[in-house]
Design a protein around this ligand. Structure first.
Ligand SMILES: C[S@@+](CC[C@H](N)C(=O)[O-])C[C@H]1O[C@@H](n2cnc3c(N)ncnc32)[C@H](O)[C@@H]1O
Length: 234
């Protein structure tokens, strides 16, 4: 089963498990929203509709949080799992948030546009490292000057020992939060597709993609939020 099929198979119940499987949910997604918000607010102040591209958008969790924090944005959601996108479209339509969904692989050309923010959560770690670098390069090019790229991501530990520790801590936390054996087994099955990279490598790839002010803005064990900004003039 491909990674997108694995997510499609759980699309209807994906949202319910998120707060258990991402123990730092509020700080993690909240930081991504804070990092993405300034160029969106600047576009609104200039009388423009801010454009946001959400890569591997799934059921639209990050898109919905951004739309709630910065009303007036327009979203483009890309994902390879049509069932996940259908759930996202339902949520966004219910809240009257302007959006389009694009069923595509993250290796495909990005939907044409100049985006004030390119955001992504828990998706890029499904790509191999060349795929991640290519996506960062293409995302940086798709940004409007001053636009922000932010990735809320599951990352690898910098050493095998720390990586094992990240996994132990995650297992203990999700168990405390009520994930049962079936939920943990399902998550681990999907995680067989994971190819996480370290924060250090990924921030370097963002630098190499031409972004500035690259930083890791949040990190709690395997969950990290990092990103950068396209300069106002290249
Ligand atoms: C863990 S979910 C994250 C969804 C959402 N961003 C969130 O924060 O809840 C990962 C998503 O990435 C999508 N995905 C993984 N690899 C992909 C690829 N190569 N092309 C397109 N979508 C992909 C999956 O279909 C899934 O919806």
């Amino acid at each position: 089963m491909s990674v997108t099929d694995a997510f499609d198979a759980v699309a209807g119940r994906y949202d319910q498990a998120r707060r258990r499987l991402v123990p730092c949910f509020d700080a993690f997604y909240g930081t991504a929203v804070e990092v993405a918000a300034p160029p969106l607010r600047a576009a609104l102040a200039a009388g423009r509709t801010p454009e946001v591209l959400d890569l591997g958008a799934g059921t639209g969790l990050l898109s919905l949080l951004l739309a709630a924090a910065v009303p007036g944005i327009r979203l483009t959601l890309v994902d390879g799992a049509p069932g996940m996108l259908a759930v996202a479209a339902g949520h966004l339509t219910e809240r009257a948030v302007p959006h389009r969904t694009v069923h595509a692989d993250l290796a495909d050309p990005l939907p044409a546009g100049r985006y004030d923010a390119v955001v992504t959560a828990l998706a890029v770690h499904h790509l191999d490292d060349d795929g991640k670098r290519s996506l960062y390069r293409r995302s940086a090019q798709a940004l409007a000057p001053g636009g922000v790229l932010v990735n809320a991501e599951q990352v690898a530990g910098p050493t095998p020992t720390l990586d094992r520790r990240y996994d132990e801590v995650w297992t203990a936390r999700i168990t405390e939060l009520g994930s049962d054996a079936e939920e943990i087994a399902g998550a681990r099955e999907r995680m067989r597709h994971d190819r996480p990279a370290t924060v250090t490598d990924q921030c370097r790839w963002l630098d190499e993609a031409g972004l500035v002010d690259v930083d890791c803005f949040f990190k709690e064990w395997r969950f990290a939020v990092f990103g950068g900004r396209r300069p106002h003039s290249d």
